[in-house]
Design a protein. Sequence first.
Length: 479
Amino acid sequence: MKHFHRFFNPLAWSIAAKISAALVSAVLIPMSFTAYYNLRQSLNSMEAGEYRKLELLATSTASRLDQLIIDIGRIVVQVSSDRNAVNFLTASTSSEQEALRHDLQQTLQNVSRSNPDFDAIFVMNKQGRAVAATDSKFVGKNYAFREYFRSSIQGNSYISGILVGETTKRPGMFFSHPVRSPNGEIVGVLVLKIRGANIWAIINALQVGSQSYAFLIDQQGVIISHPDRSLLYHSLTPLRPDTLKQIVSDRRYGLEQIQSLNIPELKVMVKAKLAGHTTYRYPPHQMPRIVGFAPLEQQPWVLGVSQPKAQFAAPLNRLIWLHGSSVLVVGGITAMIALLLARRISRPIHVLTEAAQALEHDDFDSHLLELRQSLGKSTHRQDDIGQLVRVFLNMAEKVRMRDQKLKMQVQELRIEIDETKRASNVTEITENEHFQQLQIKIQKLRQQAVTVSETETDYYQRLQSQVQSLKERSLNSEV
């Protein structure tokens, strides 16, 4: 528990840990802020770039469709002014028309074979009835209800959306232009139909990823091109009743009802004037997707390029991973360098700490050789650590010498104390009353004559025994 507490208490860390933490923090904290700022800027830039890429792809394909519409419109204008078409429609009798039919038919066939995208070309009189066509199915049919006839008979060029043909039941795009007589009178309408499948092929050829696709909507928000044919002629958002009624009455798509996908996020695409982007959830699984869109110039259509948001986020996630890994790599290298540097700085301090402890426990001499080996290189350093080691070693040597000198002085002092104590004991004994009486007796004995039977040696031994006995008695009485 104590080690656990120290782990979360920076004040209790070792100097190596503190230095390492300080160095790593000094590098990683500013680097992390810088990396985060750069990452956010990069993510925003890359996100804007990805959106811009989708918008550019949509704009490029929209421009291609615009150019296709312009080119075919020029062909329709050119064919409508062809003398065979004009002579046929201005003929006053049916016999004259029959005489001119072959030339007109040949002209229409030549134009039809010039481009594989063309599905049919036919000519209508002022009543809207087809009088000549590349496909005999059109001849004799009345198309006065179609918008392309109603507009061109008024003297205007007209380009339809993708309609489902009343005769062929095939989707296509209709171009019409009035046919005028030499004096400028409108005598009929020439119509050129291009295959809807060919337009779809141009749009479907645009691929950004495995799950991306392009689609086209008309001015009402109805899908007129989509790789999933089941979604054709569905509206992005619910249509207004009057709009729905108009589409059904024109028999535009050959349907009695237009189903809605009900994707309100895509409402921004309907009648868009500028390129843009948005996100939405695609039913039925509500998978998040993004779409970049761009309007056509020749038609009130909008082309969108859609891809899953996960696919869109893949480069962003890759960028996050690269930034994160760079921070981790630099952090790891910095941590190792910091640890090595901290160990290099703290190693002499640890040795000095051990030496100080040995000095404290009076065990410095036994560690002196090991200490000099450990700090040998550090003494030659010119930095603060080298100076600290040199000062400590000098201090330790002086302390050791002072300690030895102090020990010798203590030893001498002990000897002096012992001698003083011994002298004091002798003084106490000699000044004792019994000892003085003993000395008096000895003096008396010395003054007495020595008996014949007792030698001088025996006499002195007996005296010493008596003195020793008196001393012991004196000491025992003091205790």
